[in-house]
Design a binder for this molecule. Structure first.
Ligand SMILES: Nc1ncnc2c1ncn2[C@@H]1O[C@H](COP(=O)(O)OP(=O)(O)OP(=O)(O)O)[C@@H](O)[C@H]1O
Length: 335
């Protein structure tokens, strides 16, 4: 297997007595989309700064694209594109002029820079707005222009800090689709920091949950859910067309393998120790029920967070405040 494109080993940053990043180990592979999740002050920005060689770790190492980010920051900066949460442009210049300017700053030769800027604007879906002034751009278009800013140097890794902040829902969907497309087509590695669970869930191959400078959990959503919910009973949700008769709950509970039944209007939620979906469907059809949908209950990031904090709040008093804030801010922001 290829060496990770980003490898953090024992990475630690202290500001006086505060351990902003605490002994972080993380490996990210080429072409992965990795979501960095955590409340304000969790240590995400400090980690990113160390990966870019912009701040020195107190101990540990950050290796990015084969270079030690602290000792060799220049080649790292050449290979990594960073988009902060608030990208600035020259408002009186057009999209093309802005990008050509950035291209020049990145050392792209004069005979190439215009064509490269045009191609990049096309890549991010701004081909029709090349000659429009940045001042006239919507927030979504500005984010695309910001993405073009980091892509023009043809990076191997891009780091995006809250890239969907302030974009409307359909713009968010398009932007995330674009990120995924670019990553898959170009083998681009993407590190995305965000507060929006649903967005992260849509686009990231893996996520890391940061709290109080520590990485509390890391993995793909199915694996995280598998670890946290392995002892949960099997839950099947069955939607029916006709109203369930009063006796249905008792009849279902009479089946040996059924442990719990919850009926809410035309939705039946049935728990058992094993998957008894086929038996349940046969049973309900025999009872004259018209089934309109059957699905196994799965766990997403919301449930992972809820469960994670339930089990961690009491164990880690130093991150207690932070965790509570995290939970609140996540659940507020995603609405
Ligand atoms: N230059 C600094 N000097 C002292 N403390 C700092 C400095 N930079 C960050 N910190 C502290 O380190 C901790 C981690 O901050 P960091 O900005 O990395 O968190 P974050 O997860 O990126 O949060 P946010 O989502 O708000 O950007 C915070 O407690 C912060 O106050």
């Amino acid at each position: 297997m290829e060496a990770p494109i980003i490898e953090l080993k024992g990475l630690t940053k202290c500001y006086r007595s505060l351990r902003a990043v605490d002994n972080l180990d993380l490996a990210i592979h080429k072409g992965e989309i990795f979501g960095l999740l955590g409340p304000n002050g969790a240590g995400k920005s400090t980690t990113i700064l160390m990966m870019l060689g912009l701040t020195e770790p107190t101990s540990g190492t950050a290796t990015v694209c084969g270079f030690n980010a602290t000792r060799d920051p220049i080649p790292v900066k050449r290979k990594v594109g960073y988009m902060p949460d608030n990208v600035g442009f020259y408002n009186n210049m057009t999209a093309l002029e802005n990008l050509v300017y950035i291209g020049r700053l990145n050392g792209i030769p004069e005979h190439e820079v215009k064509e490269r800027a045009r191609d990049t604007l096309e890549e991010v879906g701004l081909a029709g707005a090349l000659n429009k002034r940045a001042a006239t751009f919507s927030r979504g278009m500005k984010q695309r222009l910001g993405l073009a800013d980091v892509l023009i140097k043809r990076p191997e890794v891009i780091i995006l800090d809250e890239p969907t902040l302030g974009i409307d829902p359909s713009g968010v969907k398009d932007f995330l689709t674009l990120i995924k497309q670019l990553s898959r087509q170009q083998g681009l590695t993407v590190l995305l920091s965000s507060h929006h669970l649903h967005q992260v869930q849509q686009v990231c191959d893996r996520v890391g949950i940061f709290v109080g400078g520590k990485l509390l959990a890391e993995g793909n959503i199915d694996a995280l859910a598998g670890n946290l919910f392995s002892s949960e009973p099997f839950v099947v949700e069955i939607a029916v067309k006709n109203v369930a008769p009063d006796t249905l709950k008792t009849d279902l509970l009479a089946i040996d393998t059924v442990k719990k039944v919850h009926i809410n209007d035309q939705l039946l939620q049935i728990s058992g120790d094993t998957d008894i979906t086929p038996e349940l469907v046969r049973f309900l059809v025999q009872k004259g029920m018209d089934i309109t949908g059957v699905q196994r209950r799965t766990y997403g990031l919301d449930e992972i967070y809820e469960r994670y904090f339930e089990t961690n709040l009491n164990e880690n008093s130093s991150s207690e405040k932070s965790s509570g804030l995290f939970q609140r801010s996540f659940f507020r922001k995603r609405k």
